[in-house]
Design a protein around this ligand. Structure first.
Ligand SMILES: C[S@@+](CC[C@H](N)C(=O)[O-])C[C@H]1O[C@@H](n2cnc3c(N)ncnc32)[C@H](O)[C@@H]1O
Length: 268
């Protein structure tokens, strides 16, 4: 497994590691709601699919307690090393591509994937492998994007459409799909999972909300990458970031997240 393949469009360096930490803090209540809905609890074995540096894995480890286990899988050496360095006794970190990783069949009570399947060239293969690893009745909780271009800022930046389409282009050229979530229910059904619930999540940031830091860190990290790779001009990137910063400081400003769909499937 080499870091140089780097299919994950946002990269796996230390900036992204820090951004994922902030992102988890901002979205952790929503993760916990999904886990509660799926009945994740003490003593369970849970698979964290595409765990990143393992911020969700760590919360899951507290839920399952010392008698449970989290197996956290990611293909980034940097992220897996960061997770291992925290020495969590009931978390096993695994460096692997989730499209190929094959845990023992019928060995997990639950699985979680947040913003991972939307980056994969073959998400169906990952869903098949996760499903096979679940015990009958085991729950797969997914939180992922649909209709990414609905991401909005008010006042609307002049270059909004141009920037979002550059983000989407870069993402799709790496094999991902920013509108992935709507494909998932069918994928789950084809792989032995019945749909338990589908919940759309939209969040709004207004003046003073911590949620503003989510788009601000995302675009400050990612727009330079888009510029360096020729997806976007530097001036357009600067204009967009400036407009976003101004909106975040204005009492009139709003930010609306792209829709995140929480989809829970149960292994038959
Ligand atoms: C947006 S991050 C989400 C991380 C974590 N699920 C979270 O919510 O904090 C996407 C993660 O997917 C991982 N990833 C992308 N493609 C992968 C693959 N084929 N196999 C394993 N991990 C992958 C990346 O390395 C990155 O850690």
């Amino acid at each position: 497994m080499s870091e140089s393949r780097e299919p994950y469009v946002l990269g796996t360096g230390d900036d992204e590691l820090a951004r994922l930490g902030l992102q988890h803090r901002i979205w952790s209540d929503i993760a916990h709601e999904g886990w509660r809905r799926a009945g994740f609890g003490e003593g369970m074995r849970i698979l964290d699919v595409g765990c990143g540096p393992g911020y969700a894995s760590e919360d899951l480890a507290a839920i399952v307690g010392p008698s449970g286990e989290i197996v956290a899988v990611d293909e980034s050496e940097n992220f897996i090393r960061a997770l291992e360095s925290r020495r969590l006794p009931n978390v096993r970190a695994v460096l692997a591509d989730v499209q190929e990783y094959e845990p023992s069949p019928d060995s997990f009570d639950g699985a979680y994937a947040r913003w991972v399947l939307c980056f994969l060239g073959d998400p169906g293969r990952a869903v098949m492998r996760v499903s096979a690893s679940l015990k009958s009745g085991g729950m797969f909780v997914v939180q992922d994007y649909f209709n990414y271009r609905a991401l909005s800022v008010f006042p609307r930046p002049r270059v909004q459409a141009e920037v979002i389409s550059a983000v989407e282009r870069a993402w799709r050229e790496r094999g991902g799909d920013p509108d992935f979530a709507l494909r998932l229910p069918a994928m789950m059904k084809e792989n032995g999972l019945e749909i338990v619930s589908i919940r759309p999540i939209l969040r709004l940031a207004s003046f003073g909300d911590e949620l503003w830091s989510w788009p601000l860190t995302f675009f400050s990290n990612f727009l330079p990458v888009l510029v360096n790779n020729g997806y976007l001009g530097r001036q357009v990137a600067d204009e967009y970031l400036g407009a976003m910063q101004e909106a975040s400081r204005s009492e009139r400003g709003f930010f609306s997240t792209p829709p995140v769909y929480e989809i829970i499937g149960r292994r038959r």
